[in-house]
Design a protein. Structure first.
Length: 450
């Protein structure tokens, strides 16, 4: 197994670290004061401002094409017109996903392309039967009223906030060009109230500052709805995503099984098989010398007896690597205790299970702990370790801790990366917490499937 411990993987998967393994930047100002000037705020405001004209164009196009297609269903032309409208809505959806990716940092996967069996009518049928196409049409219809509301709210708060906040800087416009002291707050035939005193200007500016500080959070609340709409209506369906995950997991399972078969074949060829061939040759020579030199023949038989013992031990180890008998007979508690006894550091094993999971899950749990303890023996430089196994609802949880040097990470090509892929294939999860200097805690979660 490739090493999973080393300086190149330190901090890469530690909680609370930023991208690239660096800790998040520390700011002097609190988030409430930084928000009006952050790039995220301006990107989200730009998204809201652009949504208004884009949604109007998309809404008008969608309603026009659908109305035209439905109105002409009495003729043959209505069906291809409706399909063309749905296809164009999918094109607009691609633009919206790109806009969300650029401004909201929302990475939405593209839905599966339309696959027709060939010919125009096959393509038209595929478009009309595609749920993704109709979800794009629904987005075009629903997004326009929401985009209008979000535009009005965001622009109103933003404009009034900054205008009131900077009021002392531009109040001179009123006496210079309007002949009044400032903004008229109230007026009738006998009374007029203007914001022209220093106190009134300061109060207006303070109110504007409050609006400026709260507007970014209002905008974030507005774009949260846009995120939900883009994810729910413009992305692939949950079923399609699940099918894609299962196809990927199936490939991992096939590759893992093929690698295990190659390992077993290599171990048999290079180990037990080679010893048995040498044993057969030694016994043949001993047979020839049995009458001429009985003492030499006896020594050769004794050596062959030793080779038989070594070959049997190698076969036992190989069988244990495929599926240990103790796991089948006595369950995880005894099997994990046997693994712990072979570790180079003392290991405390606690298994709290009232029943046994499915054999496949039990086997994956066994080999997961085995590989993690091998990492502890080879790379952790630990003095002690522990293994805890328990059930939480319909999940089986394993946790391996050690007091070693830390720095473990699920990096490409490491042993933990391969272990993560194996767990993913059965809807499992692997979480690594290994700060530099230790300790290391690896938690695996598997479905129970009893």
């Amino acid at each position: 197994m490739a090493t999973a411990y080393g300086p190149d993987t330190r901090d890469r998967h530690r909680p609370g670290t930023g991208s690239g393994g660096h800790p998040p930047a520390k700011h002097v100002l609190p988030a409430a004061l930084r928000a009006p000037f952050e790039g995220r705020t301006w990107r989200e405001l730009g998204y809201v401002l652009l949504s208004m004209p884009i949604s109007v164009v998309l809404f008008c196009f969608a309603v026009t094409m659908v109305s035209l297609g439905l109105g002409m269903l009495i003729t043959f032309l209505g069906i291809p017109i409706l399909a063309a409208g749905l296809a164009m809505c999918r094109g607009f959806g691609a633009v919206e996903r790109a806009r969300a990716r650029a401004l909201l940092r929302l990475d939405v996967a593209d839905p599966a392309p339309i696959r027709g069996k060939g010919g125009l009518m096959s393509w038209v049928g595929a478009v009309l039967k595609s749920g993704v196409s109709w979800r794009h049409l629904l987005y075009a219809v629903l997004h326009m009223p929401w985009a209008t509301f979000a535009f009005v709210v965001a622009v109103t708060f933003w404009a009034y906030g900054w205008a009131a906040f900077t009021y002392p800087l531009w109040r001179w416009v009123f006496p210079a060009y309007a002949g009044v002291g400032g903004i008229q707050l109230y007026g009738d035939r006998t009374h007029q109230v203007y914001l022209d005193s220093p106190f009134e200007m300061a109060l207006t500016s303070a109110l504007g500052l409050a609006l400026v500080l709260v507007t970014p959070w209002i905008v974030r609340g507005l774009v949260a709805v846009d995120r939900v709409m883009v994810l729910g209506l413009l992305g692939p369906s949950r079923l399609a995503t699940r099918v894609s995950e299962l196809e990927s997991d199936r490939g991992v399972v096939v590759d893992t099984a093929a690698a295990d078969l190659r390992r077993i074949e290599r171990d048999l060829h290079d180990g037990a098989q080679a010893r048995l061939v040498a044993l057969a040759m030694d016994l043949g020579l001993a047979k020839e010398k049995l009458t001429d030199d009985p003492e030499a023949a006896a020594r050769m038989v004794d050596e062959a007896h030793g080779e038989v013992k070594v070959a049997l031990q190698e076969l036992r180890d190989l069988a244990r690597g495929i599926h240990p008998a103790v796991l089948t007979d006595r369950g995880l508690d005894a099997a994990l205790s046997a693994i712990a006894s072979r570790c180079t550091v003392p290991v405390k094993v606690v298994v709290d299970l009232e029943s046994r999971p499915a054999q496949a899950i039990e086997g994956i749990a066994y080999f997961t702990v085995s590989e993690l303890l091998q990492n502890v023996s080879k790379h952790a430089r630990a003095t002690r370790a522990s293994v805890d196994v328990w059930r939480a609802g319909d999940r089986l949880l394993l946790q391996v801790r050690d007091d070693g040097r830390g720095g473990a990470g699920v990096s490409t090509g490491s042993g933990l990366a391969g272990l993560t892929e194996r767990l993913d294939a059965v809807d499992g999860i692997l979480v690594v917490d290994s700060p530099a200097g230790g300790p290391t805690t690896v938690t695996a979660e598997l479905p129970w499937r009893g």
